[in-house]
Design a protein around this ligand. Sequence first.
Ligand code: SF4
Length: 220
Amino acid sequence: MLLFYPQFTRTFHDLPGHTSLLIHAWNGCNMRCFGCHNYDELIAGKPVNPLTPHNVAERLKSADQLMDAVLFSGGEFLINPLEDIEQFLRAVRDVFRGVIVLLTNGSYPRKLERLLADGLADGVHIDMKLPYHCLDPAEDSAIYQAVIGTVPSVRFRDDMLQSIELVIRHNSPYSRIRTVQYPILSPEFFEHIREYVVSLNARHHSSVPYDLNPYHQPLP
Ligand code: SF4
């Protein structure tokens, strides 16, 4: 069942020009990234007094006048069953007129494709944490392990690339491709990612922005 962290965060910078509410699903994550800010509270521990989908929809009903966007993050929001996510997002659409944006690490392209096709999300902020297209899961396993905390199968790596291409092909003004400037990586990693995003935008006649965000050490 979808569960949510009870504390919502108002944000002005995640979606420029919008007043957004950032809401975290509390169902874990399939990665353990270097310096993850959510790990201790949202992934490692068991949920304590989480909100249900109904609770979140009720809160969003009262936020409808104050916010014009909602961002659903995790952990990994799309780790949940597709039917549960669809049901929840339909309930959100019923009570909230603002933009719905999903935050994802890209592991679930088939769920993402379905949600976009059904119009249940207006945009996606997707991570491209490494130049996956240049890194072989077997040969470059140490790099994967260091950055995303796991060594993906070839299929998993390809799924992440498929999700990124899907988001660029969808070409929503609310979407972004994002990388954290991990201090353990040299600048050429980020250059390869940027080039890849630029080439996909060119291929699909899209203009999805690429953000290279600074790394912030988690607080002890
Ligand atoms: S994908 Fe996001 S939530 Fe999951 S471990 Fe990485 S940074 Fe943390």
